[in-house]
Structures are given as structure tokens and as C-alpha cells.
Design a protein around this ligand. Structure first.
Ligand code: E4P
Length: 218
């Protein structure tokens, strides 16, 4: 399973990359706004900076919601760097745009996916990734991980090549549950990736090893 980090924060991307387990980055307009990145030129520069930090896919989302503008924006984004994957919302014009990008060899991430039906259309259109939003479904008492499992099964049945990218991951349990049901990728905040490391017995055990070592070596 691949690990992506879900942020536009350069420091966090560097930190996750330094761990040696990072396979990619996902961003969205809210995450870009959180970093205070204003205007198309600055946004493009920021995407290029992200791409230069690590060797992996970087999702950059279109703002347009109609087909023609999505195509224009997506082509500009894709031309920025070979790592760029164009992120397209799962709406009617988005599905048409994904089909267009697929024919042109431009990779896509179909985002804001909340049902297996949407995921089916995304795969039919040739999306590289499909992003079911786990946490946002859990927020409304729906089963986010259950949706990931459904999509994985559906894609296996029909041998779709679209990769299931579990998004809106909020914690370590989400990561493990998505891994268990066979997600190809999880995109998560740095806190959740690092949270996988935490175990009090590791810390207690390490302290004991070091103090025993010191007893005879000092
Ligand atoms: C996916 O690619 C989105 O950027 C992201 O995972 C959304 O997460 P949120 O629901 O925590 O905002």
C-alpha cells in the first residue's frame, strides 16, 4: 500500500519524505488556502516546489467546474511537472474531463467520491486514482471504510486499473482499516502517519535497554 501525505505544507512534506516511506502528496484548494497560496502563478510555483521535494505523484486540483475550463486548467497543471496528477471533482463535467485526460495520457485523481456508483464511473472514464472520502462519510454516520472495501471489490471484479486512494483519513485506525480492505493508497495527515509509530511498550522497552547498557558500560 502506498502512503501519500494530504497537505500543501512544504515542511510537513519534507518531514514525511525524510521518514523514507512517502510515495506521494495530495492537495486540495482548502489545503492550498491554508498555506496562504494566492493566485494561479503562486499556486503553480508551489506545486512545482512540492514536486521537487519528493519522487512521487502530486495531486493538484482544478478549480473549474465546467468541461472546457477543466481541460484548460488541467492541461496547464499537468505541464508543470511530470509528477502532477490532475485532481478532478466527481461531477458530470469532471467525468468527461477525466475521459479526455485519459485519452491524452494525463493522469487524474477523481476526488470527492462518496459512493460506489461514482467510483464505477470514474474507473470507466479511466481515472488513475479514485478518492473515496472516509472521514467525511464517518462524520455523517456512514461507513467510510466500508465504501473503500466496496470499491476495491468492484474494481477487482472488473479488473479496473484505477487505484483506490483512501482520502479524508483522520487517524491511525483509518489507515489500518483501509490497508486491511485493500486500498492501494492512503492519503493522510503527517500526525496519522507518525501516529503509527507510537507504542508505550516500545518507549518503555527502549528506556530499559539503554539503562541496562549504561549499568555495565559507564
Ligand atoms: C483528498 O484528497 C482530500 O484532500 C482530503 O483527504 C480531504 O480530507 P478532509 O476531509 O480531512 O478535509
Amino acid at each position: 500500500m502506498k502512503f501519500f501525505i494530504d497537505t500543501a505544507n512544504l515542511e510537513q512534506i519534507r518531514e514525511a519524505n525524510a521518514l523514507g516511506v512517502l510515495d506521494g502528496v495530495t492537495t486540495n484548494p482548502s489545503l492550498m488556502a491554508k498555506e496562504g497560496i494566492k493566485g494561479v502563478e503562486n499556486q503553480h510555483k508551489h506545486y512545482i516546489e512540492i514536486c521537487n521535494i519528493m519522487d512521487g505523484d502530486v495531486s493538484a486540483e482544478v478549480i473549474a467546474t465546467n468541461y472546457e475550463e477543466m481541460i484548460k486548467e488541467g492541461e496547464e497543471l499537468a505541464a508543470l511537472h511530470p509528477h502532477i496528477v490532475v485532481k478532478v471533482p466527481c461531477i458530470e463535467d469532471g467525468i468527461k474531463a477525466i475521459k479526455y485526460f485519459n485519452n491524452k495520457g494525463i493522469r487524474t485523481n477523481c476526488t470527492l467520491v462518496f459512493s460506489a456508483g461514482q467510483a464505477l464511473l470514474a474507473a470507466k472514464a479511466g481515472a488513475t486514482y479514485v478518492s473515496p472520502f472516509v472521514g467525511r462519510l464517518d462524520d455523517i454516520c456512514s461507513d467510510g471504510v466500508g465504501l473503500v472495501a466496496q470499491i476495491v471489490e468492484l474494481y477487482q471484479t472488473y479488473d479496473y486499473k484505477t487505484q483506490v486512494l483512501a482520502a479524508s483519513i483522520r487517524n491511525t485506525l483509518h489507515i489500518l482499516q483501509c490497508a486491511k480492505v485493500g486500498a492501494d493508497v492512503v492519503t493522510c495527515p503527517l500526525s496519522a502517519i507518525k501516529g503509527l509509530l507510537n507504542h508505550p511498550l516500545t518507549n518503555i522497552g527502549l528506556e530499559k535497554f539503554l539503562s541496562d547498557y549504561k549499568k555495565v558500560n559507564e
